[in-house]
Design a protein around this ligand. Structure first.
Ligand code: TYD
Ligand code: MG
Length: 456
């Protein structure tokens, strides 16, 4: 067999004959890695086994196509079911990505308890021994009889096992450890990762087995490369959160069977992951009352409004250039808001360092958080506390005007439900709002007015 060296971009999977610093296909830097492949790979056992014999289909008129609802299995975790779009679709391939140690294996082992009632599960691990998994299962209280554990990394053995066991659900942990012995590169390389994923996709579609595939992502996204898998699989879920904090957020970034806006919130406890059905309450717990530099915002995560606390610290700059840092909000957006505060709000931000943070590890890109962010900064600047029963919702434009945002009514309703007494909103959005009994609405048309009222 003749071997050949190619260079593959770990971001987009493009191939090049020689190494380059920048991928000309997706324009990312330092993503091209060397890959040794055999020129004419022998037809693998795997692909022979799973080649459709007579399933080639002919075109059909759309009204003749059977459109019975997809069959879904509930995972027993409401948060995960919602992110999946209402349960796991039969025969789908779901990639669960995330930093190492974030809790992917824990989540998948935990759902086996409920899913075991619906069918047979085969859990293939290339990372842990059967004993290790058993110990973890004991800790998580998994007692189902329908779960089989298999420690293996060789894909052709795994395929044989799948055909022997014929499970309803297959869990493969992780894609980086699996290899096809007929491909001349080490496990974790792009060629291996892509092969594993496409073989699993075939298995899923042709045998109606639902597959969960775990993939690690490193900070730089290098080598690990679930990016190259995103277009192969049906659903991509990312498990995020700070490893040092207990909250974990599960986010769908691609979903062929549901919306990609939903998030699921979990907390890592001593005995596994616990669902957080009311994230607002969790995000707000333990917040300081009536201190300067803190403001509550309401952001939409999919169809759910979530309340969170934004904190800001503004202190005089010791050197020429002020320092700015943002963890949670987008830094660019924060800088823009500081410029608006300087020019339209009359605060001399340029002589001050500013740090902004969203408590609980939430990341927010929504413009509706602008007002809360700006108020937290202004509150710290003026050393005036914003009443802790006040929420701020609204986008800020470059002229300092407050602009309305989507779902204003459901956001206010969530604030009311959690016992907040006042809600600062853009005056342009008040027209169509229903009456709220327990929360006072304070409409404003520009940021200057809000600062004069709440921070001076
Ligand atoms: P794990 O699921 O192994 O992460 P991944 O598969 O994403 O690499 O989770 C590992 C972390 O979770 C580990 O640091 C310990 C913690 N953990 C708990 O806090 N409680 C538990 O009950 C379990 C099983 C793990
Ligand atoms: Mg793991």
């Amino acid at each position: 067999m003749k071997l050949k060296t190619v260079y593959v971009c770990s971001e987009c999977g493009a191939q090049f004959p020689k190494w380059m610093g920048k991928c000309t296909s997706c324009n990312s830097w330092n993503t091209i890695i060397e890959e040794v492949i055999s020129e004419a790979p022998a037809k693998s056992k795997v692909s022979v086994l799973s080649t459709p014999a007579a399933t080639s289909s002919s075109p059909k008129t759309i009204k003749d196509i059977d459109s019975a609802d997809e069959e879904r299995t509930l995972t027993g975790m409401g948060e995960l079911d919602r992110v999946l779009g209402g349960g796991l679709v039969k025969g789908s391939l779901v990639l669960v990505g995330g930093d190492p140690g974030i809790g992917k294996s824990t989540l998948l082992l935990q759902i086996c308890e409920t899913m075991g009632k619906a069918g047979k599960i085969l859990y293939v691990s290339g990372e842990e021994s059967q004993r290790q998994i058993k110990l973890r299962a004991n800790r998580l209280g998994i007692t189902t009889e329908n779960l089989k554990i298999y420690s293996e990394t060789n894909m052709s053995l795994i395929i044989d096992c799948v055909f022997r066991e014929n499970p309803d659900i297959l869990i493969v942990d992780s894609v980086q450890t699996m290899y096809n012995p007929e491909i001349q590169s080490t496990p974790g390389n792009i060629a291996q990762i892509r092969d594993t994923a496409s073989v699993l996709m075939k298995i899923a579609k042709e045998n109606s087995i639902s597959v969960f595939l775990v993939g690690h992502v490193t900070k730089e996204g290098s080598l690990a490369g679930p990016k190259v898998l995103e277009h192969i699989v049906d659903t991509v879920l990312y498990f995020e959160g700070d490893r040092h904090q207990s909250f974990r957020i599960l986010r769908a970034v691609k979903n062929r069977f549901g919306s990609t806006n939903e998030i699921g919130v979990f907390e890592m406890r001593g005995n596994g992951l616990e669902e957080i059905p009311n994230p607002s309450q969790a995000m707000l717990s333990g917040r300081p009352e009536n201190v300067a530099g803190s403001c509550i915002i309401c952001t939409m995560e999919g169809t759910r409004p979530v309340l969170a606390e934004v904190q800001a610290l503004v202190s005089p700059t010791a050197f020429g250039n002020p320092r700015r840092m943002a963890s949670g909000p987008d830094l660019g957006r924060s800088l823009m808001l500081m410029a608006v505060l300087e020019k339209r709000g009359g605060l001399r931000m340029s002589a001050y360092d500013a740090y902004v943070n969203i408590v609980g590890g939430l990341r927010i890109t929504e413009p509706a958080a602008d007002l809360g962010l700006a108020l937290a900064i202004a509150s710290s600047f003026c050393s005036t506390a914003i009443d802790s029963e006040t929420v701020a919702i609204g986008e800020i434009g470059l002229t300092g005007e407050l602009r309305s945002c989507s779902f204003l009514e459901s956001r206010i309703a969530e604030c009311e439900k959690l016992g907040f007494k006042k809600c600062i909103i853009p005056s342009s959005g008040t027209g169509k709002l229903k009456k709220f009994k327990n929360i006072e609405l304070c409409p404003f048309s520009d940021i200057k007015g809000v600062i004069d009222k709440f921070c001076k």
